[in-house]
Ligand binder design. Structure first.
Ligand code: NAG
Ligand code: NAG
Ligand code: NAG
Ligand code: NAG
Ligand code: NAG
Ligand code: NAG
Ligand code: NAG
Ligand code: NAG
Ligand code: NAG
Ligand code: NAG
Ligand code: NAG
Ligand code: NAG
Length: 504
């Protein structure tokens, strides 16, 4: 938006300069146009020293695709406040924002895995001339193994610092303790950064957002003092190679809305005090080697929308705290509850959009209360030992797009005759179900009758007990792109109707 505005102003200024030349200084009659011309011509807000600093910074980048073409020392480019990604204070003319990150207007992403925007050789020390800088975003510039320079700590007016995906290495400089105004600090995805000394962190008491994901803590514990940053709203320390437990000081972080500690720790229970962080909306504690039950205090997390506890070794006791979480939209409990039944309460979480209970070794029936989950879009119950009496609940899930029941113990009888006669050959394309995975079960060909009402894109039925001919009506599923039937006892050729399936 800001970029568009600036482009427009630049365009108007150039247009008017052009008109001036053509008409010998006469500008059109529109008063407001001539007014903006005056402003544009008279005010070169940019401060020369800061322009030099920005040009030095540019020389530290490899601008292969000329993304910084607006940055230059030519006469018509003097006003650095008009350069792409540079924002000045309207009052003082000082550069207050440098944004070459994701929202940089002229961004061109490289065809590598992360889509780095620039290669960087260095961050010029001249950057410290930008003493009024409040916002610095260099996300996705590939600095290819340099250290975060000490002098960043001298930019003491910074409120926002984003150096995620920058390929930085080494220790985070202790000069960061001078960044006492900082509210947002994002150093994520610099996996060669080391975080053994975070003594500077307690000084940043204004922090509301801290993301150190994938930074290497090299098998140390979470420093207690992170719990003293009580203004934090978003905290991520996922994939940090942390051991030990979540420190009890985290119980002080009552403003947290987002907490992600996935892929850390080495064997303890989920601490009770997590349940006192009642502002949490997103809680991710996957792959943390947690054992034991989900604490009953979780019943207090009434705002929770996303709960990911997958791939721990949680036990199915105490789950009666979860039905209270009626605002949940996304629940992933995969890889837990070895050998139990699907908990009854799942059917009462009627706002769920994503439900994953894969790899839980679950036994028993898929309960008909699943028919209550009318908002569900993705349902993954794969890799269990579940059984199925019918699919009567499926039509109620009118938002469902993906159904994965592969690797279970499903053997489904044919649908009752009335359903059969009314629905067969009448593909109902108003349902959203598109991807159905049912491989590695004991299903017979009657499964086709249960699904005859849908217009699927993918139907995976490999390794079941299908027999006989492929039913003709599958040819009516005009959207079918993939049909997996290997490892069954199907006879004969494909039905003639398949000629209509041009995407298959
Ligand atoms: C003058 O310019 C303004 C802003 O671009 C525009 O809204 C307005 O319609 C113009 N007036 C005339 C008389 O052209
Ligand atoms: C500075 O001016 C620009 C353009 O006129 C405007 O879009 C922006 O909101 C102003 N910023 C402040 C902080 O006043
Ligand atoms: C930093 O940039 C990344 C990539 O654009 C973005 O995902 C992240 O939210 C940003 N961090 C903050 C604090 O805004
Ligand atoms: C940080 O602040 C301290 C004390 O105010 C000062 O001595 C030090 O030079 C500063 N460090 C940087 C990198 O600016
Ligand atoms: C990580 O910790 C191990 C000991 O636990 C130590 O030998 C190694 O030097 C540390 N690595 C770094 C980069 O500090
Ligand atoms: C912080 O968390 C909130 C709540 O989930 C979210 O809406 C917001 O986008 C997050 N902030 C950033 C900068 O990502
Ligand atoms: C934070 O929690 C710890 C341990 O629970 C407690 O000792 C400490 O006083 C608390 N600190 C603040 C700032 O509330
Ligand atoms: C976790 O790792 C630490 C450091 O390697 C070790 O001292 C501790 O015994 C481990 N704890 C468990 C429960 O494995
Ligand atoms: C799951 O339970 C079964 C039977 O009780 C046991 O043999 C198996 O080791 C358990 N698996 C895990 C990952 O705990
Ligand atoms: C869910 O479905 C079951 C049976 O299918 C029904 O008895 C129950 O009242 C429903 N619960 C809610 C919360 O809608
Ligand atoms: C699989 O289902 C059959 C009935 O279809 C049942 O007899 C068997 O016990 C089930 N196996 C498991 C592991 O649940
Ligand atoms: C098609 O599906 C919609 C939504 O589930 C349902 O309301 C409608 O009755 C169905 N039509 C037929 C012909 O089955």
């Amino acid at each position: 938006m800001k970029g568009d505005g600036r482009c427009l102003k630049l365009f108007l200024a150039l247009l008017i300069l052009f008109l001036q030349n053509v008409k010998g200084g006469e500008v059109g009659h529109n008063h407001s146009h001539s007014h903006s011309l005056k402003d544009a011509k008279v005010t070169v807000r940019c401060i020369a020293r800061e322009r030099q600093a920005l040009l030095a910074f540019k020389r530290g980048l490899v601008d292969e695709f000329n993304q910084l073409s607006t940055w230059g020392s030519e006469a018509q480019k003097q006003d650095c406040c008009r350069w792409e990604g540079v924002y000045c204070s309207n009052q003082t003319g000082h550069v207050i924002q440098l944004d070459l990150g994701y929202s940089f207007p002229g961004k061109i992403f490289q065809p590598d895995i992360f889509g780095y925007s620039f290669q960087g050789k260095m961050i010029s020390p001249k950057l410290i001339e930008l003493q009024h800088l409040q916002y610095l975003d260099l996300t996705l510039i590939d600095f290819n193994g340099i250290q975060i320079p000490d002098f960043i700590g001298s930019l003491t007016n910074l409120r926002y610092l984003n150096l995620s995906f920058c390929q930085m290495v080494g220790q985070i400089p202790s000069s960061f303790r001078n960044l006492t105004q900082l509210q947002h600090l994002d150093l994520a995805y610099n996996w060669r950064l080391q975080a053994e000394n975070l003594n500077w962190l307690p000084a940043l008491s204004s922090l509301t957002y801290l993301d150190l994901s994938l930074i290497n803590f090299n098998g140390s514990q979470i420093p207690d003092f992170i719990g003293s940053l009580t203004n934090l709203r978003n905290l991520s320390l996922s994939y940090c190679n942390l051991v030990g437990q979540i420190p009890s000081s985290f119980g002080n972080l009552t403003h947290l809305t987002d907490l992600d500690l996935s892929r850390n720790f080495n064997g303890s229970q989920i601490p009770n005090f997590i349940g006192s962080l009642t502002n949490l909306r997103n809680l991710r504690l996957s792959s943390c080697h947690f054992i034991g039950p989900i604490p009953s205090s979780f019943g207090n997390l009434m705002q929770l929308q996303n709960l990911h506890l997958s791939y721990n070794q949680l036990q199915p006791e105490n789950l009666n705290c979860l039905p209270a979480l009626s605002s949940l939209t996304d629940l992933d409990l995969s890889g837990n509850f070895n050998g139990s039944q699907i908990p009854d309460f799942i059917g009462s979480l009627t706002n769920l959009r994503n439900l994953r209970l894969s790899s839980c070794n679950l036994v028993g029936q898929i309960p008909s209360s699943f028919g209550n989950l009318t908002q569900l879009q993705h349902l993954d119950l794969s890799y269990n030992q579940l059984q199925l009496e019918n699919l009567n609940w499926l039509p109620a899930l009118s938002s469902l797009t993906d159904l994965d029941l592969s690797r279970n113990n499903l053997s489904l009888p044919p649908p009752p005759t009335p359903i059969l006669s009314t629905t067969l050959y009448k593909t109902n394309s108003s349902t959203s179900l598109a991807y159905v995975y049912l491989s590695d079960n004991h299903l017979t060909s009657s499964i086709f009758l249960w699904l005859s009402n849908y217009s699927l894109a993918t139907l995976e039925l490999s390794n079941n007990n299908l027999s006989g001919f492929i039913p003709d009506f599958l040819g009516n599923m005009s959207s079918l792109e993939y049909l997996g039937l290997s490892d069954n006892q199907i006879e004969g050729a494909n039905p003639n109707s398949f000629a209509r399936l041009c995407n298959l």
